[in-house]
Design a protein around this ligand. Structure first.
Ligand code: SF4
Ligand code: SF4
Length: 375
């Protein structure tokens, strides 16, 4: 199989729990194997976890605080200056680090824990060209990428490559969703370009308590896998996860986009025992648009899945309508009103809802047509 990965792509797979007596030496071992002495007293190390939204570790929404702590301790022991940053999709950075236990986990360590704020303009090439990305991520000597293994209703999974999308600061994220529209392939190409620009030196995937079902937010279901993967190549990790979950790597569109952008014939070398799961629950990914092009407008309105809210769970907190890149949600008395002509089906609202009150629903006609289509 041909993928855009380095000839040296090696993925180390290990079993672990969050017991720090076990976790710390394992993380040190992984970093020792992969850092190539890039982490030293002259280096500025940026740790980029997944800080999606405020949530405790048992919800499996964020990179576990103890993995972040172990990585920070390793870099500090090497004499590096260490920063831990992300630009969360929702909620304040302060709330996230408190509710997730991250602030407490990093207590006593000389680590700068702060939100990405300043951006710099980078030309990532066609078709996107100039994009603004977190200055701190681009200026670091070593970026250590710490994704969480989670499902994602828009992109199937969020793993090593997708985690770097957090290097696009604040409201620039929904803006890019809007610009790439409902085209998942296009969005995957953007994710790969962002990943290549940040170019993390090491990726450690937290798959100990992973998420299945309708992730990546509160609608997903935590699932214990007990797995950690590490590599100098995030794409190799993403391919390995696909293998573990029993799907072809190209089903994850960032893998496909990476292969198409610059194919290099190579293979992923897996070190360690990789389990194969036959019962992992993926979110339902259905075609957003199908059938003749001249009917797409009609189909989009009546046949394509769309976000809907559950009035019993919605607390009218406003996160979804503040975040919606297409301005397609507004509050109306005690309900939400969606403008489905404006809605680009990016599903960011589902991702950011802190109460699991939104889901993607396919209209009845769409379900019937798709059933006929499959026959
Ligand atoms: S759907 Fe979710 S994010 Fe939107 S207002 Fe309701 S609770 Fe808040
Ligand atoms: S309503 Fe939801 S799915 Fe539609 S554009 Fe807004 S955030 Fe995206």
């Amino acid at each position: 199989m041909i993928y855009n990965i380095n000839a040296m792509s090696r993925v180390i797979v290990r079993c672990s729990s969050y017991d720090y007596e076990e976790l710390r030496p394992l993380v040190f071992e992984l970093l020792g194997l992969l850092d190539g002495q890039r982490i030293n007293k002259n280096s500025r190390v940026l740790i980029k976890p997944n800080f999606l939204a405020p949530a405790p570790p048992e919800k499996a929404m964020l990179t576990h605080p103890l993995i972040i702590r172990a990585v920070a301790e390793y870099a500090l022991e090497k004499g590096a200056r260490v920063q831990v940053s992300d630009s969360p999709a929702m909620g304040t950075f302060d709330r996230i680090i408190k509710e997730s236990g991250i602030q407490q986990a990093l207590n006593g360590l000389e680590v700068e824990l702060k939100e990405f704020q300043d951006s710099v303009r980078v030309d990532i090439g066609p078709p996107f060209h100039t994009i603004e990305m977190a200055r701190d991520a681009l200026n670091a000597d070593v970026v250590i990428n710490l994704p969480k293994l989670k499902t994602h209703t828009q992109m199937l999974l969020t793993l090593g490559v997708k985690n770097l999308f957090g290097c696009i600061v604040g409201l620039r994220k929904p803006e890019w969703h809007f610009r790439t529209g409902i085209d998942r392939d296009m969005f995957a190409r953007l994710l790969v370009k962002v990943f290549q620009s940040v170019n993390p030196s090491i990726t450690i995937l937290d798959g100990i308590l992973a998420m299945e079902g309708d992730g990546p937010g509160k609608s997903g279901t935590p699932r214990h896998l007990g797995i950690i993967m590490a590599s100098s190549d995030a794409i190799a990790i993403d391919i390995t996860v696909c293998k573990m979950l029993g799907i072809h790597p190209d089903v994850l569109l960032t893998n496909k986009a990476s292969r198409e952008s610059n194919p290099v014939e190579t293979s992923v070398e897996i070190e360690g025992a990789l389990p194969v799961l036959h019962d992992f629950i993926f979110p339902e990914m259905i075609p957003l648009v199908f059938g003749p092009e001249r009917l797409h407008g009609y189909m989009r309105r009546h046949l394509v899945q769309k976000p809907v809210s559950d009035g019993n769970l919605c607390r009218m907190c406003g996160e979804c309508w503040s975040y919606c890149p297409a301005n397609a949600i507004r509050p109306e008395k005690k309900n939400l009103r969606f403008d489905y002509d404006k809605c680009i089906r990016c599903y960011c609202c589902i991702e950011v809802c802190p109460h699991g009150a939104l889901r993607a629903k396919e209209p009845l006609i769409g379900r019937l047509v798709r059933r006929i289509y499959r026959k």
